[in-house]
Design a protein around this ligand. Structure first.
Ligand SMILES: [Zn+2]
Length: 274
């Protein structure tokens, strides 16, 4: 049975050992420490050596990184995603991926491009040039569920248009800023031409299909290699911990509403672990 869901968070899947599932991992920036170039975040900045070790673990265990648009699926497929637009994407993550023959989806907030610590338009093109996916992470990073219909449409269509111009290729997916959105946002995103819409509700995506959110598994600075393996395989304490944390975030939202919930969420996430 799926856990109880709300309109905002979608359904949370319970860990299960299944061969027909697609783990989608969520990263932000890759930073050695707070002095590294880019926008360091004490929770979400994954250390460079940890990231490299995670990629090597995937390769050593027969996993294949794949893009969402790829049709043929194997039980060993995994999708890597990155949110926001940190400069470490091209400076650090890209070379580590390319030297291993791996790919990832980069979800760009289009208004962040060319800002200090963020990638440039040329670097959006560089990602696409290396076979990486370029997805939208909104234009302004505002929570989609808080936007009136017209602003929501503008947010989704303008970011897609700009990213397609800069990357020179199609932008097929959207990851929801703040990691969550509801049924209305999914409908508007589909109507705006996004084939894939991702949130950050944890789950393994047992039957990914259009018209559904794709769940993602957050990899953070405190995620150990053992926990990482548990997430990819979607079993063990790492998967259970992610579910518990999501449940802890979900309950207050029903009571508090979006603004107060966001403040509380920031506090919980700062305390959280991988
Ligand atoms: Zn974001």
């Amino acid at each position: 049975m799926p856990a109880r869901s709300t309109a905002g968070l979608g359904t949370v899947s319970r860990p299960r050992n299944s061969s027909s599932r697609l783990p989608v991992l969520m990263y932000h920036g890759i930073h050695a420490d707070e002095r590294s170039a880019g926008v360091y975040n004490p929770l979400y900045s994954v250390a460079v050596d940890e990231f490299a070790a995670q990629l090597d673990w995937l390769a050593d265990h027969g996993y294949r990184t794949t893009l969402l648009a790829e049709r043929a699926r194997s039980p060993r497929d995994v999708v890597l995603t990155f949110d926001d637009g940190d400069v470490s994407w091209t400076a650090v993550a890209l070379p580590l991926l390319v030297e291993r023959g791996m790919v990832a989806e980069f979800c760009v907030t289009s208004d962040y491009v060319d800002r200090p610590g963020r990638i440039t338009r040329d670097e959006v093109r560089e990602l696409a040039h290396h076979g990486m996916g370029v997805l939208s992470h909104g234009r302004t990073h505002r929570l989609l569920s808080t936007l009136p219909r017209e602003e929501l449409e503008e947010e989704l269509t303008s970011s897609r248009r700009d990213l397609e111009r800069w990357s020179g290729g199609p932008v097929l997916g959207l990851s929801a800023p703040g990691g969550r959105a509801g049924a209305r946002e999914l409908r508007v995103a589909r109507a705006a031409g996004y084939a894939f819409v991702l949130n950050s509700v944890p789950g393994p995506n047992r039957r990914p299909r259009p018209g559904r959110y794709l769940h993602r598994l957050a990899v953070t600075r405190t995620t150990t290699l053992e926990q990482f393996a548990g997430l990819v395989r979607w079993r063990g304490p790492a998967a259970r911990r992610l579910l518990l944390r999501t449940a802890a975030l979900e309950a207050p939202k029903r009571v508090l509403g979006d603004d107060r919930y966001e403040r509380l969420r920031a506090v919980i996430l700062r305390r959280g672990e991988g």
